[in-house]
Design a protein around this ligand. Structure first.
Ligand code: SF4
Length: 347
């Protein structure tokens, strides 16, 4: 075995974190953990992983669930398209594969929400197939180990890293190899202040020799962030309030939110009645109070949210057919985005 891999394996066997999805080769559980852990910290993901398995112990049970139930369980994790794809993929496995997870990389990667990384993870962890995983941790570790100055966010450079990983892996213990590479990136070769003094491959590390650790990996693109002004209305009527389901594409698809008006810029209290009249057929006597302004950061969007509290003495007519009447004791039955939940928890 290559000396670099030997060093990493020895370190991994002594230091690996005890994570439940590492103690199984069940492809359903591995797939579930991988989808949950995309863009999610392990500590947070752990609770969701357990919650999903408690509710859906098999892919067939997940396939039969209502989407609302899945979104509700997913609440707080963000990137809700992952949850919808999870459901779609479960239905495909349940119907086209009779509930047995597909066993080849080429079949796995066709499932909704599964990209190269996730397909490699499932193929290696569940079936010991030699597909190296290349996530952010592995990119960073390899970029430093070989002192690679190619931008990691350019797709064409991916194959350079894959060639190196395949050479290192050499079809040996793919599951241990992938876990160990990711764990090295997460625990030793961290983005800031990597633990070079205890690194098992320090003597092989080119970035350490060349003093380039701080500038590896190289990234080119800057994420473009757009600003959106969302005005939410807590409309109080007869002891309750209203939630509407988001039906279009985009953020929070199919989740429930307070009735919303999106504007191009910040709006002030005196203008609110005009907006409400136009959009909610809302020509009734009401009390309007500006309640809260919150900045909510998503990867590609900054949401400037304003919350308005409105007391009405007549039932409003909503254009959105998917509007429901609820109250502060029962709204938790609906999947709502974190931003809305945080507001409702204050009331
Ligand atoms: S020596 Fe430092 S920079 Fe190099 S692989 Fe180890 S932790 Fe990363």
């Amino acid at each position: 075995m290559n000396q670099i891999v030997l060093g990493i394996f020895n370190w991994y066997h002594k230091n690996a974190r005890n994570l439940p999805w590492r103690a199984t080769n069940d492809p359903y559980k591995i797939w579930l953990s991988e989808i949950i852990l995309q863009q999610t910290q392990i500590i947070q993901g752990l609770n969701y992983y357990e919650k999903f398995l408690e509710n859906f112990s098999s892919v067939n049970k997940l396939a039969k669930a209502d989407e609302d139930q899945i979104l509700k369980l997913w609440q707080g994790l963000g990137y809700y398209s992952r949850a919808r794809n999870l459901h779609k993929a479960a239905k495909i496995v349940s119907t086209q594969y009779n509930g047995s997870f597909p066993t080849t990389y080429s079949e796995i990667i066709k499932l909704p929400g599964v990209g190269e990384y996730t397909a490699s993870a499932i193929a290696s962890f569940a079936f010991e197939q030699a597909y190296p995983v290349l996530d952010g941790n592995v990119f960073r570790f390899i970029a430093r180990l070989y002192d690679i100055d190619l931008p990691i966010d350019e797709q064409k450079n991916r194959k350079v890293f894959m060639v190196l990983l395949n050479e290192l892996m050499q079809n040996q213990q793919p599951s241990t190899f992938n876990n160990a590479m990711m764990e090295m990136g997460a625990i030793i070769c961290k983005p800031q202040n990597p633990l070079c003094n205890v690194c098992p491959v320090q003597t092989f590390c080119e970035a350490y020799k060349n003093n380039t650790i701080a500038i590896r990996p190289v990234k080119n693109k800057k994420v473009k962030v757009s600003i959106r002004h969302l005005n939410f209305f807590f409309i109080e009527y007869n002891g309750g309030f209203y939630l509407e389901q988001r039906i279009g594409k985009g953020i929070w698809q199919n989740l429930f939110q307070l009735p919303l008006i999106e504007t191009k810029s910040v709006i002030k209290t005196p203008d609110i009645s005009e907006y409400l009249k136009a959009l909610y057929n809302y020509n009734i006597k009401s009390v309007i109070e500006h309640h809260q302004s919150v900045r909510h950061l998503l990867t590609h969007q900054t949401i400037e949210a304003q919350f308005w509290r409105i007391k009405v003495d007549q039932k409003p007519l909503f254009a959105n057919q998917n509007t429901v009447f609820t109250n502060l004791s029962n709204y938790k039955n609906f999947a709502v985005p974190k931003l809305i939940e945080n507001y409702l928890l204050l009331l």
